[in-house]
Design a protein around this ligand. Structure first.
Ligand code: ATP
Ligand code: MG
Length: 556
């Protein structure tokens, strides 16, 4: 292969071998979601893995909706899923498929099995089927309908299709082995009656194929070679192989390969939990920036690149593990640190008045946009007698080692001048309202000609031209200390501080932000203009991530 020195994951090893031995002469993968909800970060792993392998082996990648269960599926989800996949950068070109388009072919495949004595119509109820199935320790019991004649099975199956039976009255089952140590092989159900409208085929069908019958056929019809799914389907693999072999129409039947799901520690991904958060109005939709659906990550300001890096860092394995959210944060910081302009925004403002600065004077400072990336150029920033600084950058009585402003202390105003605090004013409750200081005009640009040093540098905006904007700061939606789930009733332990909304003063340039524009607000983090709540000239900024990192890349 192309690059022998790179260690390859176990799926690549399987593919290499298949190509070498001529099992397949090309690679075709697919991503097969059920359109029953929004995609989350775990799905991103599957999408990027499947698409990545197709790219790497110059093969093809199919996008297929596994829409064989009409109860939970909706067109709304089809649209959102396609949008998310496109955004992640996976390109299915013209290979967009729907499992429901194969219903006629699946029906034919079932008829073939019946004709060959490999499937039968069974009248047992769902509960009886469960009882007859036996346990892991005991073999199952054969259904009394197992030995119906081929003619009778053909007639009954046809009648099932024609709507003669109610839901649950009859099913079609594979005739395999009721004593198999693998429970999935104990005459699994292939088709069920369901009088339901399908989001694409309407009322054309009242029988629907079960996942274990439909999925291998979908793969086989499309010429998929490597059908990659998650670990919990390992026990279904013998049935997968049984279906493609017994239906037997395929020269190069697909192969199922399982890998471990991606879990994030202390993060809620379960559909039913998210649904409840949406219904209870705790979040403002499936794309609330505190969630980890792909739509939520996009809205929060994550980039497709950061998610790709994350998925690569996690790697592909067969052992389930849980990854810390801090690793996702690390990836977006790494991506934006050179790409994003660094501007000044004061999130919790206090007025700073420079008493020896001329009343009516304003000056313009030229400030580089990103010291690590000259390509981002520089901008003009207003400076004047009245500024805003962060409340936490001034203390009346400083704690030990405090390097910022307090009465008598000298600090650097970032890219501007040295200032020394002289006095302050408070409101009735003792909160500081205004800090007064003097500046040293010889320190323009942030350095003293006499070489004297200051310990702290703080950021600021000019009160006269700063623009107030809304800023949203986030914490985990669940309380990590208590544990995600309540031990008594299984509900979520919510964190009441997961969202904080602030009015911040920002440089005028930030007021022009368009939806999805991303910036570093110096010293406080990376922010993204919300696509839904921002108005022209009045952006709302979501904090993607703060600048402080608890994550260390493991040393290999
Ligand atoms: P969920 O129940 O979490 O919504 P799902 O498995 O029901 O997920 P599907 O639409 O059936 O969602 O899955 C589409 C594809 O995504 C499948 O191939 C599945 O194996 C894969 N997938 C789902 N969850 C994860 C995950 N956490 N990590 C990696 N792949 C996943
Ligand atoms: Mg599913």
């Amino acid at each position: 292969m192309e690059n022998e020195t790179v260690s390859r994951n176990f799926i690549e090893n399987i593919i290499d071998k298949d190509l070498e031995e001529g099992t397949y002469d090309h690679v075709c993968t697919r991503f097969p979601p059920e359109p029953n909800g929004y995609l989350h970060v775990g799905h991103a792993k599957s999408i990027l893995l499947n698409y990545g392998l197709a790219q790497q082996y110059h093969g093809t990648f199919n996008m297929r909706f596994d829409d064989t269960n009409p109860t939970k599926e909706k067109t709304e989800f089809v649209e959102s899923i396609l949008e998310d996949i496109r955004w992640l950068g996976a390109d299915w070109e013209d290979r967009l498929y729907f499992a429901s388009d194969y219903f006629p072919k699946m029906y034919e495949a079932a008829l073939k099995l019946i004709r060959e004595g490999k499937a039968y119509v069974c009248d047992l109820t769902a509960e009886q089927i469960r009882e007859y199935r036996g346990t892991l320790k005991e073999p199952g019991k054969e259904s009394p309908y197992r030995n119906r004649s081929i003619e009778e099975n053909l007639r009954l199956f046809e009648e099932m299709k024609e709507g003669k039976y109610a839901d649950g009255e009859k099913v079609l089952r594979a005739k395999i082995d009721m004593a198999s140590p693998n429970m999935n092989m104990r005459d699994p159900v292939l088709y069920r009656v369901a009088h339901m409208s399908h989001h694409r085929t309407g009322d054309e069908w009242c029988i629907y194929p079960m996942y274990d019958f439909a999925h291998p056929l979908e793969d086989a019809f499309e010429g998929v070679t490597h059908s990659i799914c998650t670990q919990e389907f390992e026990d279904h693999r013998p049935l997968y192989n049984w279906v493609v072999n017994e239906v037997g129409l395929f020269d190069h039947p697909p192969k199922q390969i399982e890998f471990a799901k991606l879990y994030l520690t202390n993060v809620v991904t379960g559909k039913r939990y998210i649904k409840k958060l949406v219904e209870d109005g705790i979040v403002d939709g499936w794309d609330d920036p505190r969630l980890v659906s792909i739509a939520a990550l996009r809205r929060r300001g994550f980039t497709p690149e950061s998610i790709r890096t994350f998925v690569d860092l996690v790697g592909v394995s067969k052992a389930n593990s849980s990854v810390d959210y801090a690793m996702l944060e690390y990836c977006i910081r790494e991506d934006l640190k050179r790409k994003a302009k660094r501007l000044m925004a004061v999130i919790d403002p206090v007025r700073l008045v420079i008493e020896n600065y001329p009343e009516d004077q304003m000056e313009t400072l030229e400030i580089p946009n990103n010291l690590d990336n000259d390509e981002l150029g520089s901008r003009k920033v207003d400076f004047g007698r009245e500024l805003y600084i962060e409340r936490e950058d001034f203390m009346i009585v400083p704690p030990p080692k405090y390097k910022r402003l307090f009465p008598g202390a000298e600090v650097r105003l970032m890219n501007a001048y040295f200032v020394t605090a002289t006095r302050y004013e408070t409101d009735e409750e003792g909160n500081v309202t205004t800090v007064y200081c003097t500046y040293d005009p010889s320190t323009k640009g942030g350095n003293a000609p006499d070489g004297r040093k200051v310990k702290g540098t703080i950021h600021w905006v000019a009160a006269k031209t700063a623009v107030p904007v809304t800023v949203r700061l986030y914490e985990n939606i669940v309380n990590e200390e208590l544990g995600v789930y309540n031990k008594e009733d299984g509900s979520l332990n919510l964190n009441p501080n997961s969202l904080t909304v602030k009015r911040a003063y920002v440089e005028p340039e930030l007021a022009k932000a368009q939806p999805y524009d991303r910036f570093q607000f110096v010293r406080s983090g990376f922010f993204c203009a919300d696509w839904r709540d921002s108005q022209p000239g009045a952006p709302v900024f979501n904090r993607i991530v703060s600048l402080k990192s608890s994550f260390k890349l493991p040393v290999k």
